[in-house]
Write a protein that binds this ligand. Structure first.
Ligand code: NAD
Ligand code: UDP
Length: 339
């Protein structure tokens, strides 16, 4: 039983992870500035688990807020989700992204050092492999240059954490490189609730299905893939959440900095996503083909052998499960947490 500080715990992946941590018998303290989330998600996590957590509204860039959290709770480890994630926005306001994601992570790690807490799980992304590595991506491939500023912040923070662990052997850090998380908790009570027009494919499809958007725009149909549309490796958010618990257990027992890919290893095209969604949920998704989106790679997917062998992690949910669960969440919550 450990006390876990979860930064960004009110968000999409954070809320699902808080649920798994509580169910595993740990205590959870969430620090979130609610810039892209709602406290309602945390109320629902507590309702689903019948357990309580501590919520602190605050910013990871606020050193005194962090110090207060560490002083008030005997934190054993930190799972760090807090950050901004909209790729397009990161091209328009890079400084805001550098500040939240890079300066925010530095501020967090400094506060951890002051409090002598040295176990950290960081939300990284497949984007750190850059443009030229072939799929399936393996953790020991040289990292590349991400195609956008959001990805760049992940690369910088990864490298910074690695150097930190080399300089000070008290650190034990997990870099989890997520592929494309989708889906929702089976209950449909928590899920992804993007603000404004969704950037990502899955919430766009479910918002079309629920009538909030007219049609899906498919970005590009002339990629060198099975059907001309881009391929990604979609992973159920509950499988992803469970990977955090396993990474935490692993890190509590070892030192250094280690990266793990968290994906299923299956490349799925945009058309396959649309068609499978229609089939398993019996909903039509009107669509049109439009121009390619800037910065998109044609195809990438994970080799997650390392997570399987070292963490004992395996993706349990199928694509069909992911699409049924995403729709279950959206139809129960057409306007997200706003009700
Ligand atoms: P999300 O936006 O739902 O969650 C992020 C949370 O962090 C939000 O609750 C937000 O309010 C909070 N936050 C943002 N800046 C903060 C700050 N300065 N201080 C305190 N709280 C702050 O996003 P998510 O999809 O749950 O992603 C979680 C993490 O995983 C992010 O770091 C993201 O970059 C990373 N990631 C996400 C994906 C994805 O496709 N969703 C893929 C790879 C990596
Ligand atoms: N995509 C699309 N229409 C949309 C959103 C996304 O065709 O409205 C495509 C996008 O080009 C990519 C795939 O769906 O090939 C997954 O996009 P997402 O933004 O969800 O993930 P990422 O590209 O960041 O891996």
């Amino acid at each position: 039983m450990a006390n876990i500080l979860v930064t960004g715990g009110a968000g999409y992946i954070g809320s699902h992870t808080c649920l798994e941590i509580l169910n595993a018998g740990h205590s959870v303290i969430v620090l979130d500035n609610l810039s892209n989330s709602s406290e309602e998600a945390l109320l629902r996590v507590q309702e689903l688990t019948a357990k309580s957590l501590t919520f602190v509204e605050g910013d990871i860039r606020d050193a005194s807020a962090l110090d207060q959290v560490f002083a008030a709770h005997q934190i054993d480890a930190v799972i760090h989700f807090a950050g901004l994630k909209a790729v397009g926005e990161s091209q328009q306001i890079p400084l805001t992204y550098f500040d939240n994601n890079i300066a925010g992570s530095i501020s967090l790690v400094q506060a951890m050092e002051r409090a002598e807490v040295f176990h950290l799980v960081f939300s990284s992304s497949a984007t750190v492999y850059g443009e030229s590595n072939p799929s399936p991506y393996q953790e020991n491939m040289p990292l590349g240059m991400p195609t956008n500023n959001y990805g760049y912040t992940k690369l910088i923070v990864e490298q910074m954490l690695e150097k930190l662990s080399l300089a000070d052997e008290r650190w034990s850090i997990a870099l989890l490189r997520y592929f494309n998380p989708i889906g929702a908790h089976k209950s449909g009570r928590i899920g992804e609730d993007p603000q404004g027009i969704p950037n990502n494919l899955m919430p766009f499809i479910t918002q079309v299905a629920v009538g909030r958007r007219e049609k899906l725009s498919i970005f590009g149909q002339d990629y060198a893939t099975q059907d001309g549309t881009c391929e990604r490796d979609y992973i159920h958010v509950v499988d992803l959440a469970k990977a955090h618990l396993l990474a935490l257990d692993h890190r509590l027992k070892s030192k250094g900095c280690r990266a793990w890919n968290i994906g299923t290893g299956q490349p799925i095209s945009v058309l396959q996503m649309k068609n499978t969604f229609e089939k398993v949920n019996d909903r039509k998704i009107p669509f049109e083909f439009v121009e390619r989106r800037f910065g998109d790679l044609a195809s990438f997917y994970a080799d997650s052998t390392r997570a399987q062998t070292e963490l004992g992690w395996i993706a349990k949910y199928s694509l069909e499960d992911m699409l049924v669960d995403s729709w279950n969440w959206q139809k129960q919550n057409p306007e997200g947490y706003k009700k």
